[in-house]
Design a protein around this ligand. Structure first.
Ligand code: NAP
Ligand code: GCO
Length: 259
């Protein structure tokens, strides 16, 4: 038996109309899972559905804001009726605001915490009862280098992703007895629209990331697929409360020595 197979599993990936979430969903589909995703805007969901279809994937798309608890509960009820009980949840939807702390408004800070930290709590809480009834489930929270490290301009994002790491450990502790594994996946610096402003040619950040990464390159969304499949599959049934960093070695490395 292939321990990495997702055959017969139903997976919900939040905010998966493009980028990391979509790459993870495509990887799950290749391993046999049925794909469901949501996004905050109708046009994004439609774009996402068309892209999945182009790849031969019959995905189910829903419009839903992960911070709106009533809307999330209604979406999970609809999914249960229309597709089935969710076996795998990936809390991927997130935003970043790059603003120096002294210039950041409290409302901007709150918005990042709301989407990146409260969102995963709200969606996990809505999905868990179905998993508890089945006595099996997988929740994967998309963390970040910023779950471990600080950096100028990303105070709210680092606070949210550090909090998400601890939410992961806490839900793993609470729901482990129901055979639910809650783990984090921590991407390093990945080529996506979110990091596009940092990757423009000549931007000093580009050099900085390459010199901080032993692999000496940005990651790709495809780099995340295997690790996500592992955390979603039976292969990881005794892995719980773990954050799997997929960063080309950044967290292991002090940085290039000056010559
Ligand atoms: P992204 O722009 O962060 O994509 C996330 C998706 O979530 C977008 O489609 C976004 O829609 C949607 N979204 C935003 N707010 C939402 C809400 N309230 N409810 C539902 N959906 C919402 O792109 P990404 O770079 O692929 O990032 C995915 C995840 O990986 C995020 O959690 C991010 O923090 C994390 N991450 C990214 C990197 C990286 O290098 N790119 C590294 C580490 C971790 P809109 O387009 O309308 O905003
Ligand atoms: C930044 C980056 C990061 C990445 C990622 C790192 O501004 O430092 O955009 O926040 O998106 O989350 O793992």
């Amino acid at each position: 038996m292939n321990k990495f197979s997702l055959e017969g599993k139903i997976a919900l990936v939040t905010g998966a109309s493009y980028g990391i979430g979509m790459a993870i969903a495509k990887g799950f589909a290749e391993s046999g899972a049925t794909i469901i995703f949501n996004d905050i805007k109708t046009d994004l969901v439609e774009k996402g559905l068309a892209e999945y279809e182009k790849c031969g994937i019959k995905a189910h798309g829903y419009v839903c804001d992960v911070t709106d608890e009533d809307a999330v509960n209604a979406m999970i009820a609809r999914i249960t009726k229309e597709v089935g009980v969710i076996d795998i949840l990936v809390n991927n939807a997130g935003i970043i605001k790059r603003i120096p702390a002294l210039e950041m408004k409290a409302s901007e800070f709150r918005q990042v915490i709301d989407i990146d930290l409260n969102g995963p709590f709200i969606v996990s809480k809505a999905v868990a009862p179905g998993m508890i009834a089945k006595k099996k489930g997988k929740i994967i929270n998309i963390c970040s280098m910023m779950s471990e490290l600080g950096r100028e301009t990303v105070s709210a994002y680092a606070a949210a992703k550090g909090g998400l790491k601890m939410l992961t450990k806490n839900l793993a502790s609470e729901w482990g007895e129901f055979n639910i594994q809650v783990n984090g996946l921590g991407p390093g610096y990945i080529e996506t629209p979110q990091t596009a402003p940092l990757r423009v040619p000549g931007h000093p950040f580009n050099e900085f990331i390459i010199s901080k990464t032993p692999a000496a390159r940005w990651g790709t969304t495809a780099d995340l697929q295997g690790p996500a499949i592992f955390l979603a599959s039976d292969a990881s049934d005794f892995v719980n409360g773990h954050i799997l960093y997929v960063d080309g070695g950044i967290l292991a490395y002090i940085g290039k020595q000056p010559k």
